[in-house]
Design a protein around this ligand. Structure first.
Ligand code: NAD
Length: 382
């Protein structure tokens, strides 16, 4: 049977270049590489696309799988796990057939599974590259969690593997689909209160007091500490406020007051992102803040705004110099996965593509580079 796109080969199609498709953020020309590219076609007559979650940790269990019971464009159709007990529990809870359950060894057999269109990588960061590339080779579109990889070289290889295999790659940047953060994108990028003058972004949690045996505290698996895990939200927030990436950064590691926890990764870090025309975003990420603060604020020529909390799953609040922001708190992961599935179905570059993840990895690496050199200004080339 011919598919809706009337191609000679029903599994291949061309990816449409959406141009400004990054949440209104204008892409640098080097990021626009998905022009007229051959891709795997999963038009599927408007059926829900099947997603396999790889890694059944906290985020998959508490956010993504429940979200996939509410999505319109996609559904949970498979799992990939290293744990036989999770296999059993998930199989029962989500009524998954044995044929859609994989482990890390036999994962590549997913290639022949027509029930699975999208692989969602929700593993420790050191495993993102391997599973994204294996998924691409299996001709599945990929969603990869943040941060994309351990470093920019890995991110580059992931983008290339997806391109070479004709699949699309999206990063799980859920806040691009969330009304409070979308409003900040408008306020900043459309200069609603005039030109942006300064930005402040903070994302702190508290990892002290709990287990010492966590991948997030292990440099080999996490790539770094709070900058990688939380600071990425601040990097993203500053960029989507400005609508463009920074030209340079300066950074400093914070003091280590909990040495048992922070032998391997930084406890905290502060950094500046410098945009052209001199606008500076002051940012902070910590794993040792008892208050677990997270916020995003901006000052412009004729007004200001502030979200607090800005990045938590729930309970966002926002205010501008004109008054309270009135938006509903939504199930972000539902909106995110529905939008990403829709882009995959239409062979369109997703709003938060692999190239965006790669750009951000370059920025994170520049921030570490500067911190290692005691705050030296590091310019970034994209
Ligand atoms: P987690 O520790 O709860 O889960 C990790 C999963 O990977 C577990 O199922 C674990 O068994 C499995 N795993 C396989 N090999 C492992 C190894 N060598 N070491 C440790 N675990 C191993 O982590 P999480 O919080 O679910 O995070 C997973 C990914 O999702 C990370 O990239 C994280 O940044 C991302 N995440 C994103 C958001 C978001 O809001 N977008 C929120 C939370 C986590």
């Amino acid at each position: 049977m011919m598919d809706k796109n009337n191609n000679k080969n029903p599994r291949r199609n061309f990816i449409k270049n959406t141009g400004l498709g990054m949440g209104g953020v204008i892409l640098a020309p080097s990021l626009l590489s998905f022009t007229e590219q051959e891709s795997v076609n999963i038009a599927r007559d408007n059926k829900k696309l099947g997603i396999a979650l790889v890694g059944l940790g906290r985020y998959s269990t508490n956010q993504l799988a429940p979200a996939l019971e509410k999505t319109k464009n996609c559904r949970l159709s498979g799992i990939v796990t290293g744990s036989p007990s999770k296999e059993k529990a998930w199989k029962k809870k989500y009524k998954l057939p044995d044929s859609n359950i994989y482990n890390y060894e036999n994962f590549d057999e997913i290639a022949g599974n027509e029930d699975i269109d999208i692989v969602y990588v929700v593993l420790p960061i050191s495993m993102h590259k391997e599973f994204t590339i294996r998924a691409a080779k299996a001709k599945k579109h990929v969603i990869c969690e943040k941060p994309m990889a351990l470093n920019a070289e890995e991110a580059q290889q992931m983008v290339k593997a997806c391109k070479d295999n004709g699949v699309l790659l999206a990063i799980g940047y859920r806040l691009h689909f969330e009304p409070f953060n979308q409003r900040v994108m408008e306020l900043g990028q459309q200069e609603v209160f005039g030109k942006v003058k300064s930005i402040k972004a903070v994302d702190n949690s508290n990892m002290t007091g709990g287990s010492l045996d966590l991948w997030r505290l292990d440099k080999e698996r996490a790539g770094g500490g709070p900058l990688m895990d939380l600071g990425i939200y601040c990097v993203q927030a500053a960029i989507y406020t400005m609508g463009k990436p920074p030209v340079a950064v300066r950074a400093k590691f914070g003091e280590v007051t909990h040495p048992a926890y922070f032998r391997d990764v930084e406890q905290s870090i502060t950094w500046e992102m410098e945009f052209d025309e001199g606008v500076v975003a002051n940012c902070e990420a910590s794993y040792a803040d008892e208050e677990e603060k997270n916020s995003l604020s901006g000052k412009a020529e004729d007004g200001w705004w502030k979200l607090e909390p800005a990045y938590s799953y729930e309970g966002k609040k926002g205010e501008t110099s004109n008054g309270k922001m009135e938006f509903p708190n939504i199930y972000e992961q539902v909106k995110q996965m529905d939008a990403q599935a829709e882009s995959f179905r239409n062979n369109q570059n997703p709003k938060t593509p692999g190239e965006m993840g790669l750009r951000d990895m370059k920025i994170l690496m520049a921030i570490y580079n500067s911190a290692k050199k005691e705050g030296t200004r590091v310019e970034i080339t994209y």
